[in-house]
Ligand binder design. Structure first.
Ligand code: NAD
Ligand code: UDP
Length: 344
């Protein structure tokens, strides 16, 4: 049991009763939310938010890129349970579930490219297993899709009706095509069985509890700056991304889950504040007060040159728009990584 309450490791210690039965024994009136990938960066924020909104939370994760440290303090809450399980495989017996959030999938190019087959099957098999669970419980499933479905977009900003420009056989394909396939599965399940699905296309999101070795640009720049190492800029640094602070994303996810069943998405969730990678390096050095240099490396294959969301649909449907500026979000994130790296 790893010395922690409410932790189950599948196939070895899984409880004989369905997990939600155990939760319901203590808190019978609260809705039960399943967060797949709940020990990851975004998932761990979502678990906290759902608990504070009065849900019971079952977090299921194989700890591939997530960490028990992200959810350790939640283990003392009797409304929270953690199941270690790889959702590529069929799900354990879960009992009644009211809401499903599918966030399980490595999101950093470094990680998803290291295990492309696992990434692709996670996108597809995991979504299929969770769709079957949603159908069995007649409950909604929120699918964390991605701006990567737009690939090397030939138009910018990207709106939901743009079909994308994706290399199906490149280094990024396991993730891009996996996530596109997962969207297809969601919509086909919806049309075939009436399964309640809600697809959000998430644009680059950052914040506390990204892992130190994550390799995504915000965390990599901050950690390098704090360690006094050079910031690695891939290519000429003129490629752009639009960075969203994690709290804004969590608000959007919760609003999307509350929409009527006819709202399936996909809906873009992102911050249209588009910045070049060069610019991000400069801001990171200024906010950390670091004397690190910058160093150019070759641009990885199929790296999208521009990424910026149209968010009119999210504004109209959800009454949502991001509130946290890049400056404020980066300060929060730097604070977090300063604490983590000081312990090293
Ligand atoms: P993350 O890597 O920190 O979290 C993913 C979590 O899923 C980890 O805890 C990992 O261990 C778990 N996981 C992976 N494969 C699994 C499997 N087969 N079975 C069970 N658990 C598994 O990534 P994140 O940034 O928190 O992203 C969460 C979700 O949001 C992902 O689906 C990602 O594609 C999507 N997303 C994130 C961003 C972003 O910028 N953060 C952008 C677009 C989409
Ligand atoms: N990038 C970079 N240096 C790094 C990490 C990433 O220049 O140390 C670039 C990367 O090539 C891409 C952008 O920053 O153009 C965003 O990369 P990230 O891995 O964060 O996410 P992506 O949007 O590519 O999935």
């Amino acid at each position: 049991m790893l010395g922690i309450k409410n932790v189950y490791i599948c196939n070895t210690e899984y409880p004989t009763k369905p997990i939600s039965t155990l939760l319901m024994a203590t808190q019978s009136k609260q809705k039960i939310a399943l967060v797949a990938g709940g020990a990851g960066f975004v998932g761990s924020h979502l678990c906290r938010r759902l608990l504070s909104d009065g849900r019971q939370v079952v977090c299921i994760d194989n700890l591939h890129t997530g960490s028990l440290d992200n959810i350790r303090e939640l283990m003392d809450d009797s409304r929270f349970s953690f199941i270690e399980h790889d959702i590529v495989n069929p799900l354990p017996r879960l009992g009644h579930i009211d809401e499903i959030y599918n966030l399980a999938c490595p999101a950093s190019p470094r990680h998803y490219q290291a295990k492309p087959l696992q990434t692709f099957f996670t996108c597809v098999s995991d979504t299929y297993h969770l769709l079957e669970l949603a159908r069995a419980n007649d409950c909604p499933l929120l699918q964390a899709s991605t701006s990567e479905v737009y690939g090397c977009a030939t138009q910018s900003p990207q709106s939901e009706d743009y079909w994308g420009y994706v290399n199906p056989v490149g280094k990024r394909s396991c993730y891009d095509e996996g996530k596109r396939g997962a969207e297809t599965l969601c919509m086909d399940h919806h049309h075939t069985f009436g399964t309640r699905v809600k697809i959000v296309r998430i644009f680059n999101t950052y914040g506390p509890r990204m892992s130190v070795d994550d390799g995504r640009v915000v965390s990599h720049f901050i950690v390098s700056a704090l360690r006094g190492k050079p910031l690695t800029i891939y290519g000429d640094g003129r490629q752009t991304r639009s960075f969203m602070y994690v709290a804004d994303l969590i608000d959007a996810i919760c609003l999307m889950m509350k929409t009527n069943d006819n709202v399936t998405g996909p809906v873009n969730i992102g911050n249209p504040d588009e910045r070049s990678i060069d610019e991000l390096a400069g801001i990171t050095l200024r906010l950390t007060g670091s004397a690190s240099s910058t160093m150019h490396h070759p641009l990885p294959a199929d790296d999208p040159p521009r990424r910026c969301p149209y968010i009119t649909l999210a504004q109209t449907l959800l009454g949502w728009q991001p509130h946290v500026s890049l400056h404020d979000g980066l300060l929060q994130t730097i604070d977090y990584f300063r604490r983590v790296t000081e312990k090293e």
